[in-house]
Design a protein around this ligand. Sequence first.
Ligand code: URA
Length: 240
Amino acid sequence: MRLDKFLADMQIGSRKEVKKYIKDRRVTVNGQVITSDKIQVADHDVVTFDHQPVQYQKYFYYLLNKPQGVVSATTDPRDKTVLDLLKDKDQRDDLFPVGRLDKNTEGLLLISNDGVLAHQLLSPKKHVEKEYYAEVAGILTVEDVAAFAKGIIIDGNEQTLPAEMTILAVDPKQECSQMRLILHEGKFHQVKRMVKAVGKEVTYLKRVRMGDLSLDEELALGDYRPLTEAELALLKNAVK
Ligand code: URA
């Protein structure tokens, strides 16, 4: 890879800016000051900028605790997007949310620039589990659990795969319930539509797990952190 691309990819500056830094003798490769931006660098080369080593990283993976009110998109004419939650130092043009959570859904959302892994995680063929916690207006019943376990028809014509629902709590006075739901696919508004199909309504929704990757409860709403190596391995394992 060309030295100027390497430095620009690692957010040292724009392509134009890094060319200037190279001319200004602020960049070294293997201990030598380099003044040509055309030079090629490889994995084993040691690059520094202003005496600080610059390590090349191709893919970025962030675990975000999505708050309500932001949309799972890269740009939006009206609303704040999940990418707007990233600090300036982490902003890159190639990042995107891996899948979608509704504007009023909270919880685990992966942000990455790894298109291959994203495609695999979202592929219906891979059946990567997604687990949700939901609060529901209405009383969930064992019949609802059985209906979800068989797979139900939503909006009159769409058949879902079997899904595992656990009733966590029921409040007959307030006529509301809490549940956990494990899905093996990702249809549009799936949780809300499944709950509607059994005559109830989701009032709060949070995704807590994707494959073996769980939401980090230490992350406040709107906060994010890079995935650990172990977490990335778990995700990759889920799509093998
Ligand atoms: N199902 C929904 O209805 N909404 C989401 O955001 C995710 C799953």
